[in-house]
Design a protein around this ligand. Structure first.
Ligand SMILES: *Cc1c(COP(=O)(O)O)cnc(C)c1O
Length: 363
């Protein structure tokens, strides 16, 4: 019985072109990785991990509050806080668990949260878990955000939360306006830097809560939250996804520390420039062909094809040409905005970029 019910559901998804499957794409040139700076395969990260494993073993044995608190994770938090020039940092096990932990720790039934319509699913889940009043505003629409702030009644706490770089559109949130509105309407601001950390200049020092992941440009795993004291202490005491989970292994945090150090060095600046110029090149070429790339200005370049089936066919066509670009369909993106989502890294060669551009021309 159960299996027929589940199969019927999946059959319907398949008919609508919305079925997802797990497939190994090794071998094709990868244009959908979040490894923006090419650090995931860097031997300095794996060397740091091996050294840590030899010293600490592989597993971390317990949660941070029990026996998972070790020097490597402390050093990682200090390194991130210093680089971001903020008081303090707390590491979480992933971006998903950071967002589903931070938001319910800070906000509850008496509170209200204003969230960009295109915010990442982990933010949405964090808001739902918090049980706070949930106000979505149209994507980057600051007039609508102001109106919502004005209209909202009495609440204990108010929070505006936004992705810095939107993961499916590749555009950047208007942070200056958001910060200004927050001041005027007495709200806190939380920014999710998942796709900006290591890729864009750090410029959110005045934001109350900076959250980001170590799994994208940093090429590792885990996430951080940064802010002014006592944010760290507060989260250690209230964030359930921090409290009730086993700490990251030292191998992971030491590799992450190596990555954060690279990002903060002159090499990081060079890699950042390279990924942005590679992205500019691809975007210009696509625009010249008449493709709609929305307001993308980052290494995330959407190519809107509208129809889900068409997006999947285009992705398959590229795959035959040895290029992997994923098709993104509803519910990840709004209905009728199915797209190819190209991501460019600092390690793509000019020849690879041209291969992509030429294959796109045939679509
Ligand atoms: C990827 C992503 C996350 C989740 O981070 P993980 O470390 O992969 O769990 C959170 N927010 C945004 C905006 C993301 O793109």
């Amino acid at each position: 019985m159960m299996h027929t019910t589940l199969q019927n559901d999946l059959d319907q998804m398949a008919t609508a072109g919305l079925m997802r499957t797990l497939t190994d794409k090794t071998g094709a040139i990868n244009f959908c990785s979040n490894d923006y700076l090419g650090l995931a395969g860097d031997p300095r990260l794996s060397d740091a991990a091996v050294m840590a494993m030899k010293q600490y073993g592989f597993g971390s044995r317990a949660s941070r509050l029990v026996t998972g608190q070790t020097q490597p994770v402390e050093l990682l938090e200090q390194t991130i806080a210093k680089q971001k020039q903020v008081d303090e940092c707390l590491v979480f096990n992933s971006g998903y668990s950071a967002n589903t932990g931070i938001i319910p720790a800070l906000m509850s039934r008496e509170d209200i949260i204003f969230s960009d319509k295109l915010n990442h699913a982990s933010i949405v889940d964090g808001i739902l878990l918090s049980r706070a009043e949930f106000k979505r505003y149209p994507h980057c629409d600051m007039a609508a955000l102001e109106e919502a702030l004005k209209q909202s009644g009495k609440h204990r706490r108010r929070l505006i939360v936004t992705d810095k770089v939107f993961s499916m559109d590749g555009d950047v949130a208007p942070m200056a306006t958001i910060i200004d509105l927050a001041k005027r309407y007495d709200a806190w601001v939380m920014v999710d830097q998942a796709h900006s950390f290591g890729v864009l200049e750090d410029s959110d020092a005045s934001v109350d809560i900076q959250m980001g992941t170590l799994s994208k440009a940093a090429g590792c795993f885990g996430a951080y939250v940064c802010g002014k004291s006592p944010l760290r202490s507060y989260l250690i005491n209230h964030a359930r996804s921090f409290i009730y989970t086993t700490a990251l292994p030292a191998a992971v945090t030491e590799a992450a520390r190596a990555a954060v150090n690279i990002i903060g060095s002159s090499e990081g600046v060079t890699l950042r420039k390279k990924v942005l110029s590679n992205a500019d090149y691809v975007r210009q070429q696509l625009k010249q062909m008449g493709f709609d790339t929305l307001q993308s200005t980052t290494p995330i370049i959407p190519v809107i094809l509208k129809d889900a089936t068409r997006a999947v066919a285009a992705s398959q066509e590229l795959y035959k040409a040895g290029i992997y670009v994923s098709a993104i369909r509803p519910p990840t993106v709004p209905v009728n905005t199915a797209r190819l989502r190209i991501t460019v890294t600092a390690k793509h060669t000019q020849a690879e970029l041209d291969m992509l551009v030429n294959a796109m021309r045939k679509i």
